[in-house]
Design a binder for this molecule. Structure first.
Ligand SMILES: *Cc1c(COP(=O)(O)O)cnc(C)c1O
Length: 366
C-alpha cells in the first residue's frame, strides 16, 4: 500500500492497561485509576439525572451546527456563536488545526515535555517539529520565538502544561504574542482552565480582541467530568473559525453529547465543589512531598508531577500491583518523577500510603 512516508513507523497511542485487565492480572477487587486526569467525583448529578429521562431518536444524525451546545457555551463564555468550533474532544481540534495548517515544508514549534498529541499530529502531516525544552519549569517563550522562521505555521502553548501543571503567566504571554508574526497560528491549549487559581493568569478570551491569530482550546473532559462524551471546543475570531470549520467532520459530536452540555454548564456550583475538593487533594500531595523532601512541580491542574527518587517505571509497576494506576515520568520525558491525577481524599490517602511503602521497600527513605 502507498502509505504516507510520515505514517510509516508511527506507534499508536498506548492507553495503558484497562481497569479490568489490571484486576485480573493482580487478583484485585478494586482499582483506583489516577492516570488520565479525569474528575474523580464524576460529572454533575444533574447531567446524570437528565440523561435518565432523555428520549432520543437514535436513527437521526446529530445537529451538525451543535446549536444548543453552541449557544449555551457562547453565553457562558461571553462570546458569539460563530466564534466557537466543537471537536470530538479537544484532541480532534488539535488534529483539525494540524490538518488545516501543517504539511511537508512547514514547521511547528512547541515545548517539551508537553501534550504529546501536538507532535504526533504534526508528524502525520509531515511537518517539521521544533521542540523547545522548558526553562525554569515554564515554556521558554524567548527560545520559542527564536525557533520561528518563515515556514513556521503553528505554535503550541499548553497552559497549564501537561504533564508539568504550570501556567504561562499573563505578562510574558502578552509580550510573546506581541512578537509572534500575525500569519502564525498560536494555539493556547487550556484543557485545565477551570482549575487555574494562579493570580498571574489572564482570561485569555480577552486577548482575542487584540490578536487575530490565536485559538483557545478548552474541554469538558477534565473539570466537568465528561470525558466519556468527547466534547472540546476552540474559541477564536469568526474568520478563523470559518476557515477551520470545513476541515471538521460534519457530525463530529453525538446527539447525547450535545444535549448534556447546556445542563453541565448550568451547574457551576458543582464545578466549584470539584475545584475545592481538588485544591484540598493537591495539598495532600504537596504535604507528602514536603515531608519526604521530594521535588514537585507547582500545579494549576487536577494532577501533580513529583519526584520519587527511584525508577518511575518501577513505581508504576509496584503501584499497579497494589491497585493504583498512575503515569510514569519516563513515558512523559521526566524520569524519576510520576504524574498522579488528584483523586478524592480517600483515594489520595490510599495511594500515598502505598507509595510510601514502595519507596521504603526500595530504600528511598533511608
Ligand atoms: C486531556 C487533554 C486534552 C484532550 O482532551 P479531550 O477534550 O478529552 O480530547 C488536550 N490537551 C491537554 C493538555 C490535555 O491534558
Amino acid at each position: 500500500m502507498k502509505w504516507k512516508e510520515s505514517v510509516k513507523g508511527l506507534k499508536a497511542y498506548q492507553p495503558g492497561k484497562s481497569i479490568d485487565a489490571v484486576k485480573k492480572e493482580f487478583g484485585l477487587d478494586e482499582i483506583v485509576k489516577l492516570a488520565s486526569n479525569e474528575n474523580p467525583l464524576g460529572c454533575s448529578p444533574k447531567v446524570t439525572a437528565y440523561l435518565q429521562q432523555l428520549t432520543t431518536n437514535f436513527a437521526l444524525y446529530p445537529d451538525g451546527y451543535a446549536t444548543a451546545m453552541r449557544e449555551a457555551t457562547a453565553k457562558h463564555l461571553g462570546v458569539e456563536n460563530n466564534e466557537l468550533i466543537f471537536g470530538n474532544g479537544s484532541d480532534e481540534l488539535i488534529s483539525i488545526i494540524t490538518r488545516a495548517l501543517l504539511q511537508p515544508g512547514t514547521n511547528t514549534v512547541m515545548a517539551t515535555p508537553t501534550f504529546s498529541q501536538y507532535k504526533l499530529n504534526a508528524m502525520i502531516e509531515g511537518a517539521e517539529v521544533r521542540e523547545i525544552p522548558l526553562k525554569e519549569r515554564a515554556h521558554d517563550l524567548d527560545a520559542m520565538l527564536a525557533a520561528i522562521d518563515e515556514h513556521t505555521a503553528v505554535l503550541w502553548i499548553c497552559s497549564p502544561n501537561n504533564p508539568t501543571g504550570g501556567i504561562v503567566e499573563d505578562a510574558p504571554l502578552q509580550q510573546f504574542l506581541a512578537q509572534v508574526p500575525s500569519d502564525i497560528l498560536v494555539v493556547l491549549d487550556e484543557a485545565y482552565f477551570e482549575y487555574i487559581s494562579h493570580d498571574q493568569h489572564v482570561d485569555t478570551i480577552s486577548l482575542l480582541k487584540e490578536y487575530n491569530n490565536i485559538i483557545i482550546l478548552r474541554t469538558f473532559s477534565k473539570a466537568y467530568g465528561l470525558a466519556a462524551f468527547r466534547v472540546g471546543y476552540g474559541i477564536a475570531n469568526a474568520d478563523l473559525i470559518a476557515k477551520l470549520d470545513p476541515v471538521r467532520g460534519p457530525f463530529n459530536n453525538t446527539v447525547l453529547s450535545q444535549s448534556i452540555i447546556p445542563v453541565a454548564l448550568a451547574d457551576q456550583q458543582y464545578l466549584a465543589k470539584c475545584r475545592e475538593v481538588n485544591a484540598q487533594g493537591k495539598k495532600q500531595y504537596i504535604d507528602f512531598c514536603q515531608k519526604h523532601h521530594l521535588d514537585f512541580y507547582p500545579s494549576d491542574t487536577n494532577f501533580i508531577l513529583f519526584e520519587v527518587k527511584m525508577d518511575s517505571d518501577l513505581v508504576f509497576q509496584e503501584l499497579m500491583s497494589r491497585g493504583y494506576i498512575i503515569r510514569s515520568g519516563n513515558a512523559l520525558g521526566v524520569p524519576s518523577y510520576i504524574r498522579v491525577t488528584i483523586g478524592t481524599e480517600q483515594q489520595n490517602t490510599g495511594l500515598l500510603a502505598q507509595l510510601e511503602a514502595v519507596m521504603t521497600t526500595y530504600g528511598v527513605f533511608v
